[in-house]
Design a protein around this ligand. Structure first.
Ligand SMILES: *Cc1c(COP(=O)(O)O)cnc(C)c1O
Length: 391
């Protein structure tokens, strides 16, 4: 980033403006209106005594660097990192820990993170305790002499449970624990966990940040230089980096994050209220609903409720019938795109979870998860209505 651009980004611009004016939006050499795609693996040393700023694209690439500075600015951290997927970001961050370390993790963590912790990191003697993080007492009770970190995800998937971020970070600081938060569902547009003391924010940028179901990417942001140095060493050492093309595509998506989130959230509120009013829907989960447990905690730490709503249609058979009848949303895993996505946790994201554990966590056979896109909400509701009512 040039000095002129750094001054601009540090001049107290509002979030929506920063999305467009993030420092590298204009190429300083040509004036081009987007960051060039530096499709190069290596960089010439014009003078062997003065090596170029980037010398090899695993260690640093100007296009990826622009994206990394962009996400650091948006999250309010000191340093950002871009990875080949959300799981590449999350697994690289967990490589900070060593055999014998213990980590406290929210029980309804993303399925891939659960798999990483219980089948890969467990082999490396990194120990995990899963707790209900809506209850700070459970977090406290999980503390062991070898605890090194707390890993949060709020709102969680798919029942949108809320963790009180400040309660966890202030307790964690007393015990010198590192706090990590998966901010995929809210994005920095609605929630900036570093402002509440979180040390490392991670993202599946495949979802809302990318926003178009066309790029797989992960991001991480460090709150301090020291953590940034550690994450840099891991990203370079593990080689889990994002390519230049994908970095560019992600930045293109991120520019419209504000407009997309605001539109989708308005639609989601309408959809949630409509679902709530139907007698044949047995439960609706959305942090914006009056009776959502954790709504108050959520409002202290977020400026919006997001664009994902989950609801129970009563039975597995009915859920499958709805999935086969809807015409507008794509029926798929993933979320956070311009097009609406309807998911079936029981047979998709949570298929590997034993039915008993699944039901205990409210992931019933009738539960559907709707990620609301940019379609006209009345069309989406009419489509869902015909799917619910056809017999
Ligand atoms: C999708 C997702 C991930 C994993 O990201 P990938 O880009 O699929 O690797 C992690 N956390 C959450 C909350 C997700 O939704």
């Amino acid at each position: 980033m040039s000095d002129a651009n750094r001054k601009k980004t540090e001049s107290g611009l509002k979030f929506e403006t920063k999305l467009l004016h993030f420092g590298d939006e204009i190429d300083q050499t040509t004036g081009a209106s987007s960051v060039p795609i530096y499709q190069a693996s290596t960089f010439h040393h014009f003078d062997i005594f003065n090596p170029p700023q980037h010398d090899y694209s695993r260690s640093g690439n100007p296009t990826r660097q622009a994206l990394e500075d962009y996400i650091a600015l948006l999250e309010g951290g000191v340093r950002g990192f871009a990875y080949s997927s959300g799981m590449a970001a999350i697994s690289s961050v967990f490589m900070m820990f060593s055999a014998g370390d213990h980590i406290i993790v929210t029980e309804d963590v993303y399925g891939g993170t659960y798999r990483l912790l219980t089948t890969i990191l467990s082999r490396m003697q990194i120990e995990t305790t899963f707790v209900d993080m809506t209850n700070i007492e459970e977090v406290k009770a999980a503390l062991k002499p070898n605890t090194k970190a707390v890993y949060m995800e709020t709102p969680s998937n798919p029942t949108l449970k809320i963790t009180d971020i400040a309660a966890v970070t202030s307790w964690s600081k007393e015990h010198e624990l590192i706090t990590i938060l998966d901010n995929t569902f809210m994005t920095p547009y609605y929630q900036r966990p570093i402002e509440f003391g979180v040390d490392i924010v991670v993202h599946s940028a495949t979802k809302f940040l990318g926003g178009h179901s066309d790029v797989l990417a992960g991001l991480a942001v460090a709150r301090t230089d020291e953590l940034g140095t550690q994450l840099k060493r891991l990203q370079n050492g593990l080689g889990t980096v994002l390519g230049a093309q994908e970095s560019w595509l992600l930045m293109r998506g991120m520019k419209t994050l504000g407009a997309r989130m605001a539109h989708s959230e308005q639609s989601t509120a309408k959809l949630a209220a409509w679902l709530k009013g139907r007698k044949d829907i047995t439960a609706v989960y959305y942090p914006g609903l009056e009776d959502h447990p954790g709504r108050e905690a959520h409002e202290r730490q977020s400026t919006g409720y997001g664009a994902v709503v989950s609801f129970d249609v009563g039975s597995g058979d009915r859920a499958k019938a709805v999935l086969n009848r809807v015409k507008l949303p794509i029926v798929a895993v993933s979320l956070g795109a311009v097009e609406s996505i309807l998911s079936y946790p029981t047979m998709m994201s949570h298929a590997a979870m034993p039915a008993e554990v699944r039901h205990e966590r409210g992931i019933t056979d009738g539960l559907l998860r709707f990620s609301v896109g940019l379609e006209d909400i009345d069309d989406l509701i009419a489509d869902l209505e015909q799917a619910l009512e056809a017999e």
